[in-house]
Design a binder for this molecule. Structure first.
Ligand SMILES: C[S@@+](CC[C@H](N)C(=O)[O-])C[C@H]1O[C@@H](n2cnc3c(N)ncnc32)[C@H](O)[C@@H]1O
Length: 268
């Protein structure tokens, strides 16, 4: 795991919590059909290798949008990281106390293809609506397709998450997005999120475990723990959709176990 003990580590056996239900299968099948229509599997797996190097070695380029530059990387992001983030966030919200308490709206900041917000909304019995915000128009289009695939009431808008507005009692998720903000944007966002949780709203921040990827983590963690939140680390061994497994192997990666760390403030 990473360098930060963070809190309890939650893990599950390979077949627990990883149910690949029919909507998830249909979503991934549709992603596969669309994203492999103009690109070969080899092109997408090569792009996945480049994308994962961007996340690991060239993080400074993320704020300039390097991750989603080019059709190959976008396809790799949608087809590979989208389902992985869906599975992880679903496991996380099903495990965190009170995360599934009814909120009328899930707000997904830096929604990408919509995976995190959709996973949270789907796990809630009350099926809240989802509002995604992403600076990338392609991502907003993909998020709309994701909400449709999971039969969710959802909207996705193009915009800067730092300036996004949200309803008072909503549940906000920012998955792998705060890390992509330049420091001034991050500094502007934290007080807004603190004010949201002080008014009873919920908040979930998801990031990779590697400490070097998030030097801001310690101060966010301290601020959100003071506001009644908690920090956790996660490890999930779960069944992956077939195309995700195939891309994982072809790109020389290993996601048989998924990891993340989170900051969470439950709704009040
Ligand atoms: C690594 S992706 C994660 C996407 C999604 N949350 C998920 O878990 O799959 C980060 C996303 O944040 C978006 N993003 C980065 N900075 C942003 C900003 N200032 N405003 C809106 N979106 C932003 C990127 O376009 C990208 O889609």
């Amino acid at each position: 795991m990473g360098d930060d003990p963070g809190g309890p580590i939650a893990a599950r056996s390979p077949d627990a919590g990883g149910a690949i239900d029919s909507d998830l299968t249909a979503w991934v099948d549709d992603l596969e059909t669309r994203h492999l229509s103009d690109l070969t599997f080899h092109e997408v797996s090569r792009a996945l290798r480049a994308l994962s190097a961007t996340y690991v070695e060239r993080r400074e380029t993320l704020a300039r949008g390097a991750a989603l530059s080019g059709a190959g990387k976008r396809a790799a992001f949608a087809l590979f990281y989208g389902p992985l983030h869906f599975l992880l966030v679903r496991h996380i919200v099903e495990s965190l106390p009170d995360a599934l308490k009814a909120a009328p709206t899930i707000v997904d900041l830096g929604c990408g293809t919509g995976a995190a917000g959709a996973a949270w909304a789907r796990a809630c019995e009350a099926r809240p609506e989802v509002t995604g915000t992403d600076r990338h128009p392609w991502a907003a289009d993909e998020a709309r397709a994701t909400y449709r695939a999971f039969h969710l009431r959802g909207r996705a808008q193009v915009g800067d998450l730092v300036r996004a507005r949200w309803p008072e009692r909503s549940a906000i998720v920012a998955a792998y997005a705060v890390n992509e903000l330049p420091p001034p944007g991050r500094d502007a966002l934290l007080p807004r999120l603190l004010s949201h949780v002080e008014r009873g709203g919920a908040l979930l921040i998801v990031e990779p475990v590697a400490g070097q990827a998030a030097p801001w983590w310690a101060s966010w963690r301290a601020a959100l723990e003071t506001a009644g939140g908690r920090a956790d680390m996660w490890r999930l061994a779960t069944a992956l959709p077939r195309i995700v497994q195939k891309l994982d192997r072809a790109a020389g990666l290993d996601h048989r176990e998924l990891t993340a760390r989170t900051l969470f403030v439950a709704p009040r």
